[in-house]
Design a protein around this ligand. Structure first.
Ligand code: P6P
Length: 347
């Protein structure tokens, strides 16, 4: 087995996918693009680990942090981190010269790469996520790669594609080590950053979600603001043991990447339904959060739904569209979505 990210792309791509990527050139372009994404992930990981340490370059100037105002200082630190992480990703992708359209969670509009630096891929990404509870230890990044639609100048049309069209996607999770879950369309592969080599090493090929799991992951703080279908679903889910007879247990970190990584490893279901405390369509973004995660989970034998539609089939109507998310073990997602099937699609 190849044990590098490039190897996973270059040597394991079945012929059918090889053609989809534009033959040898297309695959080598994708490998080069992935090199730049790996560099961005490593750079942001280093930033995250040093953030807040005097002299690290990412601290909150005291006059802005208002002495003693921990919450404000933490919020400002997050803003600094997000801005730095976004710039690291943008620079890495631009200088790869393999991208043509960039969509970042941090930017209101797409970045169209200047003509003399354009490549064939549109990249959608959240450069640093999981910061709603700063400075969370469960921060990460999510990315998806589309091939530019044939013909014409690159533009927003190249990212208004369903996640099913992704040629590759992944997430990184910064913790005791940096984990990278990745797929180029032939299964989900888990890599871990070996800091002695500064290289991602394949640690778990063909990651597969269990068909059923005992863990459900949802912010029950919104219980009073969920709609009646969600409240009914939660009541029944808790009463229904997992397929192996285990009683359900709740785990919620508040960082999508961390909650979904646990779901990959232990099975169960991660949910972010709509609620009336500010997110009537759910909080998570389709293009660079739910879509790439739906692609990865589908590669690992799991499911991802809005409750009424498969997330992988939804064409975004804007680059920051939000959708409800029910994602994880097939049996659990089917159970949960059964409570919404009579509902019109959200949005
Ligand atoms: P809540 C983090 O800011 C994030 O966007 C996701 O990573 C996470 O799943 C969600 O927000 C948590 O939201 O409303 O439960 O705090």
């Amino acid at each position: 087995r190849v044990n590098s990210l490039e190897g996973e792309v270059r040597h394991s791509v079945p012929d059918t996918l090889f053609a989809k990527r534009g033959g040898q050139d297309g695959v080598l372009d994708l490998v080069t693009l992935l090199q730049s994404i790996k560099l961005a992930i490593k750079s942001v990981g280093s930033l995250v680990r040093s953030a807040g340490i005097p002299g690290s370059g990412v601290t909150v100037p005291q006059e802005r942090g208002k002495e003693g105002d921990i919450a404000n200082g933490s919020r400002l630190l997050c803003q600094e981190l997000n801005a730095h992480a976004n710039q690291i990703w943008i620079n890495a992708l631009l200088y790869s010269q393999r991208s043509c359209v960039l969509v970042s969670e941090e930017l209101p509009d797409p970045v169209i790469v200047q003509e003399d630096m354009q490549g064939k891929y549109a990249v959608v990404f959240d450069p640093l996520t999981g910061l709603s509870d700063p400075p969370a230890q469960n921060m990460g990044a999510i990315f998806g790669i589309f091939r530019q639609l044939s013909g014409g100048n690159p533009g927003i049309v190249d990212v208004m594609q369903p996640a099913r069209n992704l040629v590759a996607a992944g997430y990184a999770l910064y913790g005791a080590c940096t984990v990278l879950m990745f797929s180029a369309g032939y299964g989900a592969q888990q890599f871990v950053l070996d800091t002695s080599l500064n290289e991602f090493i394949l640690t778990e090929p063909n990651v597969t979600l269990p068909y059923s799991g005992a863990i459900y992951s949802i912010n029950e703080g919104y219980a009073a603001e969920y709609d009646s279908e969600t409240q009914e679903m939660l009541k029944c889910l808790k009463a229904e043991p997992a397929m192996d007879g285990r009683s359900r247990t709740c785990r919620y970190i508040g960082s999508m990447v961390a909650d979904i990584h646990r779901t990959f490893k232990k099975g169960g279901i991660f949910m972010y339904p709509p609620h009336q405390r500010g997110f009537p369509n759910g909080r998570l973004k389709l293009l660079y959060e739910a879509g790439p995660m739906a692609y990865l989970v589908s590669q690992a034998g799991g499911q991802a739904s809005t409750g009424t539609e498969h997330i992988i089939d939804i064409v975004p109507d804007s680059i920051h569209t939000r959708v409800p998310v029910f994602l994880g073990s097939e049996d659990d997602v089917n159970f949960a979505t059964g409570f919404y099937n009579k509902k019109a699609p959200w949005g």
